[in-house]
Design a protein. Structure first.
Length: 562
């Protein structure tokens, strides 16, 4: 201490004054912090809205004797109700904000909670500052002073309007489902992902002769014949994985112990928020169906499983039934009705006009019409399709639309390739005079092809033993560019060219049966339907060359095409 005083006195007057001022500032800050810490927590909380307000909650304190009156509210109450704490603490303003019956309910609950000394939870309706009816939840418990006397209730309130709305929607949806389930004669089971049953309907209970609680959990499967239970469970698990629409024939045991033929169908319903899946399993007793009904059901299943889009048209050309393939094509969900679609939703307007003018007339005369049209796959896109219209009687028609866009494209490409092949082989034949082989007058051959066949460009290249391709002659932009002598390596080990020389690749003559090419042409490569590559082999020394013919509008090749 003496050393500290000596050091302090040793400073000049300016330094001493600075240290004294700094000490005074530090002391003042400490005093302010002490005053803040002496405040009650409730007073600190009510200074301004904080974390509770951002969560839609606020703290509260109220008395119940002699009358119910809120004595403290945190500033967060303004975030919940739109009213400040000062406004709601005046007289009975808080109770007047509540819906009248809820205010009376809360008052009686609060008095009973204090009297019985137990916590309380109350969901209350209130009108916020904008006049909107909303929901709040108050959780409170009795509080006492240091002498053990009751001070009323202390707790927290939070806004729960959204939770109430969601709960109401869920309750309404369940009520609608329950009403529908009870009204249908079809058996229903609601299962979770573990195949545990959570709900059934009266039809399934009547069939099994059991009450609902006897079918819940894992007991529902006992209504099926023992030899069918494992197969049914596998079917449901497969439906969960694939979400397909397949039906299954099975056997169940009714309340009288009889085996009954039942058709079951599972629909997967997924909760978007939680990602959990539920299974709505439907069962229909088909034991007593007539043979005609069975045949009709088999035909319906066949149509549902067919790849072409299949539909039934009403006399006004309205689509009344559409199979899964057609639904998928136009983006219609499994649970969306297809009985309000016009035919032009499925095919283009021109196709509709042709069906009306040609198809319906032909069906009236002969019962069947076939043609081609455009099948819609989006609002702006369509694909070529083979259309079949069948008369079903009483003005109703069936329509089958099979996509043929790919077939038409393949046919067009094949026709183009055949034309190019004919041109290319004709060029080789005319220029070779029957004895031309790679490496002989290549410049003249390329030039002559360009002159006689202006629709093609020609490039001739030879193969090197090191796996390289050397451009010998070219009349313009081509597969490897037009630079004569350019060397490109595409097969470093040379195995491709060795296989060519050893005749391991099928000869083109085996396909096209061109006797004049038996000696020379070894392989044909079709590249994006834009070029023709012919591999040539000299019949004498078996040296190998490449002749490439291209369309003149091909300028750039991608690396994949190369």
């Amino acid at each position: 201490m003496d050393q500290f005083v000596s050091a302090f006195l040793g400073l000049d007057e300016t330094a001493r004054m600075s240290l004294m001022a700094l000490a005074a500032i530090v002391g003042l800050i400490g005093l302010l912090i002490g005053l803040m810490l002496r405040r009650k927590p409730e007073q600190i909380e009510t200074m301004k809205p904080g974390l509770l307000g951002s969560c839609g909650a606020a703290t509260l304190r109220c008395r119940v004797v002699p009358d119910l009156r809120f004595t403290e509210l945190s500033a967060d109450i303004e975030t919940v109700t739109g009213y400040s704490a000062d406004v709601l603490l005046q007289d009975d303003a808080f109770l007047r904000m509540l819906e009248e019956s809820d205010a009376q309910h809360f008052e009686s609950r609060a008095r009973k909670a204090v009297q019985d000394e137990h916590p309380m939870v109350a969901d209350l309706r209130y009108f916020d500052a904008d006049g909107r009816l909303r929901w709040m939840q108050i959780r409170a418990e009795p509080s006492v002073d240091p002498k053990g006397r009751s001070r009323g209730l202390v707790g927290i309130l939070r806004e729960i309007t959204e939770q109430k709305s969601l709960a109401a929607d869920a309750a309404n949806a369940w009520a609608r489902y329950h009403a529908l389930a009870e009204a249908t004669p079809t058996m229903l089971w609601l299962l979770d992902e573990t195949l545990s049953c959570h709900a059934t309907n009266s039809a399934s209970e009547r069939f099994a002769g059991l009450a609902e609680d006897q079918l819940l959990g894992e007991s529902w499967i006992e209504a099926f014949a023992p030899e069918q239970r494992e197969a049914v469970e596998k079917y449901l698990l497969r439906q969960l994985e694939e979400s397909s629409a397949a039906q299954r024939d099975t056997v169940m045991i009714d309340a009288h112990g009889r085996n009954r033929n039942v058709v079951i169908h599972a629909t997967i319903v997924r909760d978007e928020s939680s990602g959990q899946a539920h299974i709505v399993l439907v069962g229909r007793d088909v034991t007593d169906r007539s043979e005609g009904e069975k045949q009709l059901d088999r035909m319906r299943r066949l149509v549902d499983a067919s790849e072409p889009s299949t539909m039934i048209l009403a006399p006004d050309m309205r689509v009344t039934m559409l199979n899964p393939a057609g639904r998928e094509l136009i983006g219609l969900g499994d649970r969306q009705a297809a009985d309000s679609l016009a035919l032009w939703h499925i095919v283009t307007k021109d196709t509709v006009d042709e069906i009306r003018s040609e198809g319906i007339k032909a069906c009236a005369e002969g019962g069947l019409w076939k043609g081609t049209g455009q099948l819609r796959c989006s609002e702006d896109e369509s694909v070529a399709a083979e259309i079949t219209v069948v008369a079903l009687g009483d003005g109703w028609h069936g329509l089958i639309a099979r996509e043929i866009e790919g077939e038409l494209r393949r046919e067009a490409d094949a026709a183009l390739d055949r034309r190019r092949l004919t041109v290319a082989l004709g060029a080789i034949e005319r220029l070779s005079g029957g004895g031309w082989a790679p490496g002989r007058s290549t410049e003249r051959i390329v030039e002559s092809i360009s002159r006689h066949y202006p629709e093609l460009r020609a490039t001739y290249a030879s193969f090197g033993d090191d796996g390289s391709i050397i451009v010998e002659a070219s009349d313009g932009p081509a597969w490897m560019g037009s630079a004569k002598g350019r060397i490109t390596t595409i097969d470093p080990d040379g195995s491709l060219f060795q296989r060519l020389r050893d005749n391991e690749i099928v000869k083109i003559a085996d396909v096209w049966d061109e006797p004049e090419l038996n000696r020379g042409v070894l392989g044909l490569e079709e590249t994006m339907a834009r070029s023709l590559a012919v591999v040539l082999v000299d019949p004498g020394d078996h040296s190998t060359g490449l002749m490439l013919f291209e369309r003149p509008d091909v300028y750039e090749w991608t690396s994949d095409e190369t």
